[in-house]
Write a protein that binds this ligand. Structure first.
Ligand code: ATP
Ligand code: FE2
Length: 321
C-alpha cells in the first residue's frame, strides 16, 4: 500500500508517494519576485500548482492507502492550503489522513536516507534551528533558537550586503578567504540566539570575507556546542544533520571534528532529503499509518506552532539502554 505525502510549510510545495521505497517525488518551489517570502503569496502559489504537483506523483490512485500532509509548524496560509488539499484528496479517495509534524519528518527521512538509528539531530533551516533526540517515546527538543532560524539570519546578513538569495552559499564562499574577528557568541542553557550575532556581523567594519568567516565560525560553533551537549546528556553516539544549512561544508567539517573527538558518527542525507521535500512527509506518513496513527478530519487543522515533542512516537521501538 502506498501513502501520498504533501509538504508545503513554507516556500516549497512538494509531493511524493512511498510504499516500501520512494515511488515518486515532485517539487514546485516558490520563488518570491524579491526579498523574503510573503506567506499569503506562497500559499497562492501552492494553491495554483497543487493539482499539477499531485498529478505528477499520483500514478495509481487506487493503490493509495492514506494521505499524509505537513500539519505544522510553518506559515499559516501555506499550511491551510495544504491541509485543505489533503482533506479533499483523502475524502475523494476514501482513505484516512495522517497529520505529520514537519520537524519529526526531517528526522525520520534523515534516518531512512542515511541508515542511522538513534541520532541527535541538528536541524538547521531557514525558519528552524533545533537539536532533537528520541527519549521515552518522543522527539525531545534539547535546544533551539530563541529568536530566528540560522538560515534566515544568514539570508538577512546576505540581503544587507546585496548578495543573491538565498545567501548561505555566497557567505560560505567568501568565508573561505576570511580570518577570524570576534563576534557575539550566544548560548543560553541549551538554547541559541542569532539576531545579535547577525546584527554585529552586518555592522562590522571588518573586510566582508572576515565578517562572513566569523559569522559562520561563531554560529556553527554555537550549534556544535549544543549538539555535543545533547549527545552527552542523552548518551547517544550518532549525529544527524538536516535542513538547508546542512549544505554548508564548514558546518559539516566542524560537526565531523566534534564527533571524531567523542567517538560518534555524523550522518548527512543527500541534498534532496535535507531541505523541505514531499518524500519526508510521505515516508513519515507511511510509518505512522502502519502504526495506526491516522486522524479524523476534525483533527486535521493546520497548526503553525506544532512542536515535535507534542507527537507521540508510536512507530518506533524503544531503544534499550
Ligand atoms: P524550513 O521551512 O524547514 O525552515 P526553509 O524552507 O526555510 O525550511 P531550507 O530549504 O531547509 O529552508 O533551507 C534554506 C536555507 O538554507 C536558506 O536560509 C539558505 O541560505 C540556507 N543555505 C543553503 N545553502 C547554504 C550553505 N551552503 N551554507 C549555509 N546556508 C545555506
Ligand atoms: Fe524544514
Amino acid at each position: 500500500t502506498q501513502v501520498l505525502g504533501i509538504e508545503g510549510t513554507a516556500w516549497n510545495l512538494s509531493a511524493a508517494v512511498f510504499d516500501d521505497d520512494l515511488r515518486s517525488l515532485y517539487s514546485a518551489p516558490y520563488q518570491p519576485p524579491h526579498g523574503g517570502i510573503h506567506p499569503r503569496e506562497a500559499a497562492q502559489h501552492h494553491a495554483s500548482v497543487m493539482r499539477e504537483v499531485i498529478a505528477r506523483v499520483l500514478t495509481d490512485p487506487e493503490e493509495i492507502g492514506a494521505v499524509a500532509f505537513s500539519q505544522g509548524p510553518g506559515l499559516g496560509p501555506c499550511l491551510r492550503t495544504v491541509a485543505t488539499a489533503a482533506r479533499t484528496l483523502a475524502l475523494s479517495l476514501g482513505v484516512p489522513l495522517v497529520g505529520v509534524n514537519h520537524c519529526v519528518a526531517h528526522v525520520e527521512i534523515g534516518r531512512w536516507a542515511t541508515g542511522c538509528e538513534d541520532p541527535i539531530t541538528l536541524y538547521v533551516s531557514g525558519a528552524n534551528t533545533q537539536v532533537l533526540g528520541y527519549l521515552n517515546g518522543r522527539y525531545r527538543i534539547f535546544g533551539e533558537t530563541l529568536d530566528i532560524g540560522l538560515g534566515n539570519g544568514l539570508d538577512k546578513f546576505a540581503r544587507s550586503k546585496d548578495f543573491p538569495h538565498p545567501g548561505g552559499p555566497r557567505i560560505e564562499e567568501l568565508a573561505r578567504q576570511g580570518t577570524y574577528i570576534d563576534l557575539p557568541y550566544t548560548v543560553k542553557g541549551m538554547d541559541l540566539a542569532f539576531s545579535g550575532l547577525i546584527s554585529a556581523a552586518q555592522e562590522s567594519s571588518a573586510p566582508l570575507e572576515d565578517a562572513c568567516h566569523s559569522l559562520q565560525e561563531t554560529a556553527f560553533a554555537m550549534c556544535v556546542e549544543v549538539t555535543e551537549r545533547a549527545l552527552a546528556q542523552a548518551g547517544k553516539d550518532e549525529v544527524l544533520l538536516v535542513g538547508g544549512v546542512a549544505a554548508n561544508a564548514r558546518l559539516r567539517e566542524m560537526l565531523e571534528t566534534m564527533c571524531a573527538e567523542r567517538g560518534a558518527e555524523l550522518f548527512v542525507p543527500e541534498r534532496q532529503f535535507c531541505g523541505d521535500n514531499g518524500a519526508m512527509i510521505a515516508y513519515t506518513g507511511r510509518i505512522m499509518w502502519e502504526a495506526g496513527a491516522t486522524i479524523p478530519v476534525e483533527h486535521s487543522r493546520a497548526n503553525p506552532h506544532f512542536r515535535a515533542d507534542e507527537v507521540e512516537v508510536v512507530w518506533r521501538e524503544e531503544p534499550r539502554h
